[in-house]
Design a protein around this ligand. Structure first.
Ligand code: ZN
Length: 91
């Protein structure tokens, strides 16, 4: 018999975005909400481009994700189902 454990998190439990630099490993946690200015533009430690890469900014994509997550989180109590996100098990 094969047994598999599934892992879920509730959207309501999402409180922050954790960003870890692919270059130096530094991590920055930003509370879920409007990201202030250029907070995620560059690594605060090594200055490698994070959301600003090669003359392109991904700030809008981050803001869209945050906005959608917060909007959904706010209306979840009004809906007839509980929403959870399934995440990969740690290996
Ligand atoms: Zn870095």
């Amino acid at each position: 018999m094969t047994q598999q454990t599934k892992h879920y998190i509730e959207l309501a439990d999402m409180i922050a975005l954790r960003c870890q630099c692919k270059e130096c490993g530094a991590a920055l946690t930003v509370k879920l909400g409007p990201v202030a200015g250029d907070t995620l533009a560059k690594c605060p430690q090594c200055r490698k481009g994070w959301a600003a890469v090669e003359n392109h900014s991904y700030r809008e994509e981050i803001a869209n994700f945050e906005s959608a997550a917060l909007a959904l989180k706010n209306v979840l109590p009004l809906m007839g189902f509980a929403l959870t996100l399934e995440i990969k098990p740690q290996t």
